[in-house]
Design a protein around this ligand. Structure first.
Ligand code: FE2
Length: 335
């Protein structure tokens, strides 16, 4: 090993839940040695699971080779092999799991099954230095408010139908301007706010009625105003539920993760709310906000230290793997 001391553990991580096939290497010293991601872009419409899986199969060998080259380590220097176990699309998950099993068996190293949602949180904590945040995980496929309590990340609230990112992406595509960030860019030139359905139940949210109502208004009001109305409504709903979770848990940190965490306006609204509660807002840097291999590698490091590894027999993927089903034993170790 050229770049690490002998007691520094290295974990290879593989992400393949949806459109991204990502490979990363992280060390127990909190270093990301490589983060290589290949993103499948469908020619039209949404992600087709089988086509995305075929994409992942095509790029896997190349992504692995690049990762080892970038990290400057040899496969035999790896101490564990982590993969995204779920939640995600079955065919996509199976590609990552198969690659991980093959490498773990060949190298004779432990296999580590990582919950994808937990990995978003852990890379966010590593990159921002926050300790015990309330988390808003917002992306194309996920909308969740969570926090660590008694050994696990608990879900306080979530979407009852479609994800916030999906709502804005579909709206943008149907309006002819494309997915996010286009709706937010158009919203900056909007002047008039039109009320749209606002659905918050406790700490849960619902976006499908809002999307239907906004789609019906395309063509009858100025597109910039409609973009302003839909983005402000979605972000207000997220901010309100996050505020409730903050008051409920009495935590003093907020962490934004997932692709939609890149939104400037969402962050602005949340920062304004946080100020009133004396809380600080942390945001995963863009390279680590969306799906990536490094987040699986880093969570793999934490699980390896906490002894959370798997046998090959236990390594079946879990397309519906919920965040609160995953133990987070490293948190009890103060990590
Ligand atoms: Fe994700």
């Amino acid at each position: 090993m050229t770049t690490s001391s002998r007691d520094e553990k290295l974990v290879l991580g593989i992400e393949s839940t949806a459109h991204t096939f990502g490979v990363g290497i992280a060390s127990s010293a909190g270093r990301i040695l490589a983060n290589v991601n290949y993103v499948y872009a469908p020619k039209a419409g949404g992600i087709h699971p089988r086509e995305a899986a075929q994409h992942h199969g095509r790029v896997a060998a190349r992504a692995l080779k690049e990762t080892f080259e970038k990290a400057g380590v040899r496969p035999k220097d790896i101490d564990g092999v982590a993969f995204s176990m779920g939640p995600g699309m079955g065919p996509c998950l199976r590609v990552g799991a198969t690659v991980a099993r093959a490498i773990a068996l060949k190298l004779g190293k432990p296999l580590i099954g990582v919950n994808h949602s937990v990995a978003h949180i852990e890379i966010g904590r590593l990159m921002t230095g926050c300790r015990d945040p309330v988390i808003l995980y917002v992306a194309g496929g996920n909308t969740m408010i969570a926090g660590y309590i008694d050994g696990r990340y608990r879900v306080f609230g979530e979407t009852l139908d479609i994800a916030a990112g999906n709502c804005l992406d579909v709206f943008g595509i149907k309006a002819g301007i494309g997915p996010m960030p286009a709706p937010e860019e158009y919203a900056r030139r909007g002047e008039k706010f039109h009320p749209l359905p606002y659905r918050v139940k406790g700490m849960d949210v619902s976006f499908s009625g809002l999307l239907t109502a906004a789609l019906k208004l395309i063509g009858s009001i100025k597109l910039e105003d409609l973009c302003l109305s839909i983005t402000e409504t979605v972000y207000s709903m997220l901010t309100e539920t996050l505020e409730r979770a903050l008051a409920y848990t009495e935590k003093k940190e907020i962490l934004l993760v997932g692709g939609l965490a890149r939104s400037r306006r969402l962050r602005e609204m949340i920062e304004e709310m946080a100020r009133l509660h004396g809380a600080r807002v942390y945001c995963a840097p863009p390279e680590y906000a969306g799906d990536n291999g490094a987040m699986i590698a880093w969570t793999g490091v934490l699980q390896l230290i906490a002894g959370q590894t798997l046998s090959i027999e236990e390594s079946r993927v879990k397309p519906r793997f919920r965040m609160d089903e995953a133990e987070a034993r490293w948190r009890e170790l103060g990590l």
